[in-house]
Design a protein around this ligand. Structure first.
Ligand code: ADP
Length: 484
């Protein structure tokens, strides 16, 4: 059914301390294809005991891994990157099968995921220290940057590969081992990455993958004192819980949580470009990304024209099984996700919104949903305050810059924001006024390995990718050299 060129990339066991293992009690979880509802296979239902062993193995593997030269670690990571690219077709098929996104998007994610391994393979060689001017004549101040130690990662299902490499890349490059718990809905992408890491020569214990009970595994990863750092991507609610759980052992935290991205179209925008950006930002991955446009604010003068162009673009989307050629929107990940989109639409319509496109489950059944556009959306509707995480574009109307900035910032989240304008003064004012970690100006796509990804407010802590991304996995040591 999967037609993999290399069927051994479909792994149904966990990878711990360099060995492929079942759960202690033999329990498994069945993974299903959201487009068909059919089972793809099973993965072990592990818990705290297996996780503890993975953490201990990481701790044992740590000294040798950190002692390797940066160049040696870099060469292994480089090989991992190359293997991902060589196997991109298979990795993409696995991803589409378990996650649902169209095959072209899945392939794009594999290339994007590999780019973090490549980038941090290069950055490994640039973890430099510092010397500072001393206040004493007989002592010198030296600053080094060291790997923090055993790292844990918990990742979501919406980017089953990239959210892993964005964490494992810098961790391994810095000299840290990592224990990963991937999302239970998309474990095969993670296990295939582990198979390639093994082939690339990542030593036993340096990268382990544990699947199963999220609370039991998460409980161990957050309470075990050997783990020095947790990196989590997922919902704000779970992020808060994990932060609390990490408090008793003061772990360093990277959190990439929910967003509620505003997408603002000013009167002077290039409307065709704005529609193209909105389509990419809103409907990519069926609206299931944390940087998806969640609230589209359109200025009075271009509101109707923008709405008409957006509806025309939405009509061209092709909904279907992501494995089929030409499909641009796959199914949502599960029934619960469909229910949330339906709730947001029903709430908006009951409060006076107008339906311009879609609005219903798709005739294909399963968790397929029609790409939807709503007009006359206002701040009192659910969609204004919550991330929809689905293919719903709500159009709000605004009059001037001051009003829209206040509306855009009226959220506890601050991950991405976007706006379209040609006026240089306005571009600076709005870019500086938006409370978010990332701003797309005249573009709906901002993610790449070179730029720092992350949020402010309740969207999280830390930055992933970029020359800043390594800092999350390093600690600073000050050495005072006396007796000179
Ligand atoms: P999403 O909305 O992306 O599903 P979640 O925050 O529910 O966001 O899931 C992200 C990741 O967090 C997944 O790997 C999931 O299994 C994990 N997770 C969910 N609840 C817990 C928990 N209580 N402890 C540890 N991990 C959890």
């Amino acid at each position: 059914m999967l037609n993999l060129k290399d069927p051994t990339l479909l792994r149904q066991q966990c990878y711990i301390n360099g060995e492929w293992r079942d759960a202690d009690d033999g329990d498994t979880i069945t993974v299903t294809n959201p487009a068909t509802g059919q089972a793809i296979g099973t993965v072990p239902q592990m818990g705290a005991a297996e996780t503890r062993r993975a953490i201990e193995a990481a701790n044992v593997a740590w000294p040798a891994w950190r002692k390797k030269t940066a160049k040696e670690r870099s060469a292994i990571l480089r090989k991992w990157n190359d293997l991902m690219l060589e196997n991109a077709d298979d990795l993409a098929r696995l991803m589409t099968a378990e996650q649902g996104k169209p095959l072209t998007e899945a392939k794009g994610e594999i290339v994007y995921a590999a780019s973090f391994i490549e980038w941090f393979a290069e950055e490994a060689k640039r973890v430099a220290g510092d010397t500072l001017p001393s206040p004493w004549p007989d002592r010198r101040i030296v600053v080094t940057r060291e790997p923090i130690g055993v790292c844990a990662a918990i990742t979501p299902w919406n980017f089953p590969s990239a959210m892993i490499t964005r964490k494992a890349g810098p961790a391994l490059a810095a000299g840290c081992p990592m224990v990963l718990k991937p999302a239970e809905l998309t474990p095969f992408s993670a296990l295939a990455l582990a198979a390639l890491a093994e082939r690339a020569g990542v030593p036993a214990g340096v990268f382990s993958v544990v699947t199963g009970h999220s609370r039991a595994i998460g409980g161990e990863l957050t309470s075990n004192p050997t783990v020095r750092k947790l990196s989590f991507t997922g919902s704000t609610g779970v992020g808060k819980l994990l932060m609390e759980q990490c408090a008793s052992t003061i772990k360093k935290l990277s959190l990439e949580l929910g967003g509620n991205a505003p997408f603002i179209v000013f009167d002077d925008a290039d409307l065709d470009a704005a529609v193209e950006g909105a389509m990419a930002s809103k409907y990519r991955n069926a609206g299931q990304t944390c940087v998806c446009a969640n609230r589209i604010y359109v200025q009075d003068g271009v509101y109707d024209a923008f709405a008409a162009k957006l509806v025309a673009a939405v009509a061209k989307l092709k909904v279907g099984d992501g494995m089929e050629p030409g499909v641009t929107q796959g199914p949502l990940i599960e029934e619960k996700a469909v229910a949330k989109v339906e709730q947001h639409i029903a709430d908006a319509l009951s409060k006076g919104a107008r339906l311009l496109a879609g609005g219903q489950r798709h005739p294909l059944g399963q968790s397929f949903f029609q790409p939807t556009v709503l007009a006359d959306v206002t701040s009192d509707m659910l969609v204004a305050g919550e991330e929809t995480f689905g293919p719903l574009a709500p159009l709000f109307r605004f009059k001037d810059d001051e009003e829209v900035l206040a509306l855009a910032n009226d959220t506890e989240f601050g991950l991405a924001s976007y706006f379209y304008s040609r006026d240089i003064g306005r571009i600076w004012r709005v870019a500086e006024g938006l409370e978010s970690g990332m701003v797309g100006v005249n573009t709906g796509l901002i993610s790449n390995e070179i730029a720092p990804f992350g949020g402010v407010k309740q969207s999280g802590l830390g930055r992933e990718g970029s020359k800043y991304g390594m800092d999350d996995y390093l600690v600073i040591k000050y050495i005072c050299m006396g007796g000179i």
